[in-house]
Design a protein. Structure first.
Length: 193
């Protein structure tokens, strides 16, 4: 019976939880605990996709009757991958790099059951920052908002004020390409409530 398909979000991200819940999907949250480690020379899309797939597969292996949803978000500016900042200096470096420029946000998602990938895809959005002043960057870092976010900013928080334009999905920039995930889940019998 399709109504009884259990969905697990393989992420502790409050943003992903909010987005998937707002889309009308019933789910549990079980963190994957998969370490995020970029392989030397690995393109951003491949890295995000590998991480999403690994997270979904890891959780679905532990709960084989459920569909696990894994996701990973990467910010790319020029040829550089910007992950979560490790400290204030790292956050400052990232925000200064993004200032006045357009960058790409890649969020990959994956669905898995019984350790096997059912479907996965990377989704891209392009984000343009207005020019930021040093004092503004320092004030933002003092909010602690940058620390658990790829590229050191959150579109859903104070960091939204830095953005002059978004091409593509805002949900994707927040950490989950919700529309793509909901359509993919529907293909495997998961319905909105």
């Amino acid at each position: 019976m399709t109504d009884s398909i259990k969905v697990i979000l393989a992420s502790a991200s409050p943003r992903r939880r909010q987005l998937l819940g707002a889309a009308g999907i019933q789910f549990e949250v079980i963190e994957s605990l998969v370490p995020e480690q970029h392989a030397a020379g690995e393109p951003a899309r491949d890295y995000a996709l590998r991480m999403a797939r690994d997270k979904a597969a890891a959780v679905s292996s532990r709960f084989p009757d459920a569909i696990a949803v894994g996701a990973d978000t990467i910010v790319v500016c020029g040829n550089l991958i910007l992950e979560k900042p490790i400290d204030a200096g790292d956050a400052r470096r990232m925000l200064a790099m993004l200032s006045g420029r357009t960058h790409t946000v890649v969020t990959a998602f994956a669905l898995a059951r019984g350790g096997n990938i059912l479907e996965s895809s990377p989704v891209e959005s392009r984000v343009t920052f207005r020019k930021l002043g040093d004092a503004e960057i320092d004030a933002y870092i003092a909010t602690d908002e940058p620390y658990d976010k790829a590229g050191a900013y959150g579109i859903q928080g104070v960091g939204n004020g830095f953005i002059s334009q978004v091409e593509g999905s805002r949900d994707n920039v927040m950490g989950l390409p919700t529309e793509h995930v909901v359509v993919a889940l529907a293909r495997f019998g998961v319905k909105r409530v």
